[in-house]
Each structure stands twice: as C-alpha cells, then as structure tokens.
Design a protein around this ligand. Structure first.
Ligand code: GLN
Length: 341
C-alpha cells in the first residue's frame, strides 16, 4: 500500500515536471503570465543606468530620465501596465509608422513604394547620405527623410489641414485625443536645420510633395505629440488587431494597410539597429528619441515601453531590454516554431 502511494506520488511529480518543462517554452498569454512578465521586466531593468537622453533636441535633455513604464494592450482590448504610466514622453519617430499607415490608407501601398521607398537605409535616422546615395530613392518612411516625405503626402488643402489630419489619425490609433507637447515642439522647431536641409534635398530630387519648410514643420509637430505607455501600446495593439482599435472598436486603417506597414517596421523600425532588434525579438517595432518603443505581436497584442535614456543608435536602452524580456518570457517571437510531432 505504502509502495503504491509512493509510486503514485512519483508519477504525479513526473507529470508535473513534464508539464512545467513544456509550458516553460510554450506561449502563455494568460492574465497571470502577462502580469508576471511585465513585473519581472520592470524589476529587472528599473535600476539600469545605461544610455542617455537625446540632447540634440534641447527640451528632451530635460525629461526625467528615470521615467520607466511598460504597457500591453491585447487584440481583445485587455490592458496591462507596470511602472510609470502617467508620465508622458514625446512620440518622436514612433509617429512615423502611423503616418505611413495613414498614407497607405489614403493613397494605397504602391504610393509609398513609388514615391518614398521601402528599403532599409542601414544608416542613421537623419542621414543625408541616405538621400544622396540614390537621389532620394530607396529610403523608407521610418527614417527622417522618408518620414518628412510621407508627411508631405498627407491629404489636406494646407499645412493646418494636414497637421489636423495627422493628429486626428494618431489619436484614433491611441483611442483618445492626443495633444502637442508645446515646449518640445518649439525647442525642435527652432533647431531643425538638418531636417530642413533633408526636405530641400528631397525636393531637388523630385521626392518632396509639399512645401519643404512647411512639411518639416508639420513633421516636427507630429514628433512632439505627447504619449504615455498605454497610448503607445494601444497604437501598437491597433496594428496587432488588423487596424481596429481594440479599445474603441473603431476601424482606424484597413487590415491590408497593416499588412504593408508591419514589414517596414520589421526592417527599419529601429534605424540602423533594426537587424539586431529583429534578430533578437522577431517583432516589427518602432522607436523614437523621446524614449518610447512599440512592438507588435500580430493578432495577439501591442506592447510599449518608455524610458528616455538612449543607446548610440537612438533607441531606448530599457525599453528594448524590457520588451525583449517580455517577448521571450511569453514565447511570442513569431519565428519560434514548435515542430509538428
Ligand atoms: N523629431 C526627431 C528628429 O527629427 C525624431 C527622430 C527620432 O525619433 N529618431 O530628429
């Protein structure tokens, strides 16, 4: 009898070990798993002091470098957050992915390919060489030149109409009315000669589609939109959910638009470190020099982290670490394939 009991116990233990071994690597998107992953990532990296705030835009150097918030919004509208979620940062280059989607929606995906390009430049986000090399071709909407060109393509009779339309679209993605961080806008607008130069160079090559000074100004405003981690995660979740905002349920863009937006995020979302990012996470993503990063797990969830200190390429150090950790913990790298038995 005692022997049989011991055997049953041994069997139960064995089964538990096998079960745990199989779930440790499998995808687990339960409430508990998501909360644990978020909390662990926040704990693990909150004291990381690497990187530094962007300072080529003076106002960004003044942002509290301790801000660290992470959020996940699932394709069915559940929201999970940890850390600093009320603090806002400027969206910066993350806005580019959503303006790109707006252009695809307005003009079709071919317009992006023909008028801007969809190739990674492999160069810094504000590279002039990238424009010069192919006379304004073979760039993409996620680095400054392509992004200013994308902004110049937004429908609208004048500069004000284009700006209003961009702000409205970014707000639809976020599921709430977003607004401008005026000090960040003024600070960058007074100091964006390089972007002005890029816009004029594009014009010289016939690849700028509105007044270059005004297009750069709208682009600078678009970069200064203030967002928190939940806003960004909701924006990413709208892409993850095929263009329908999972919280407001509004269709923001078509699923076809999302299909053409995500690949460029995968190849060019983190500038010249996009390859390293994709290699390590498998996910389309977009970063901004305000310290935010969004990543999209198609069909499942959007994730965002904000933490201002950046690495050399201009990507938030802690946001990259946190998102990578969570992606791995939840087993959502789409290239992680379980072979059929
Ligand atoms: N507004 C910034 C710029 O144009 C955006 C750059 C970024 O986030 N990488 O330089």
């Amino acid at each position: 009898m005692k022997n049989m009991f011991a055997k049953t116990k041994l069997f139960a233990t064995l089964m538990a070990v096998i079960f745990l071994a199989s779930t440790a690597t499998a995808q687990d998107l339960s409430d508990a798993a998501i909360k644990t992953a978020l909390n662990e990532a926040h704990d693990k990296y909150k004291n990381n002091k690497d990187g530094k705030n962007a300072d080529y835009i003076k106002e960004l150097a003044r942002v509290d470098s301790k801000i660290f918030g992470i959020a996940i919004v699932t394709a069915d509208g559940k929201v999970y957050t940890v850390g600093d979620i009320d603090s806002k940062v400027s969206i910066q280059s993350i806005s580019k992915a959503f303006v790109m989607a707006q252009i695809i929606e307005e003009q079709g995906h071919q317009a992006i390919q023909d008028k801007i390009g969809v190739d990674a430049t492999g160069l810094k986000f504000n590279s002039i060489v990238a424009v010069e090399e192919h006379r304004g071709k073979e760039i993409n909407p996620l680095v400054n030149p392509g992004a200013i060109a994308a902004t110049s393509l937004v429908a609208g009779v004048d500069s004000t109409a284009k700006w209003k339309s961009i702000l409205a679209k970014q707000s639809e993605f976020a599921g709430r009315q977003l607004s401008l961080d005026m000090p960040v806008y003024i600070s960058e607008a007074g100091d964006n000669l390089r972007n002005q130069a890029i816009a004029h160079l594009l014009l010289a090559y016939g690849r700028m589609y509105f007044d270059p000074a005004q297009a750069t100004d709208i682009y600078t405003k678009q970069c200064a939109i203030a967002v928190n981690a939940k806003d960004l995660a909701t924006m990413a979740a709208t892409l993850a959910n095929g263009g329908v905002n999972p919280i407001t349920k509004k269709m923001v863009v078509s699923s076809e638009t999302v299909m053409y937006t995500l690949p460029v995020m995968a190849t060019a979302g983190l500038y010249d470190d996009s390859g390293i990012w994709l290699y390590n996470s498998g996910l389309p993503a977009k970063s901004g020099v305000g310290g935010g990063i969004v990543a999209v797990v198609p069909g499942k969830f959007g994730i965002a982290a904000i933490a201002p200190p950046l690495d050399e390429a201009g990507n938030s150090v802690k946001a990259q670490l946190a998102i990578k950790y969570i992606v791995e913990k939840l087993g959502v790298n789409p290239y992680k394939i379980t072979p059929k038995k």
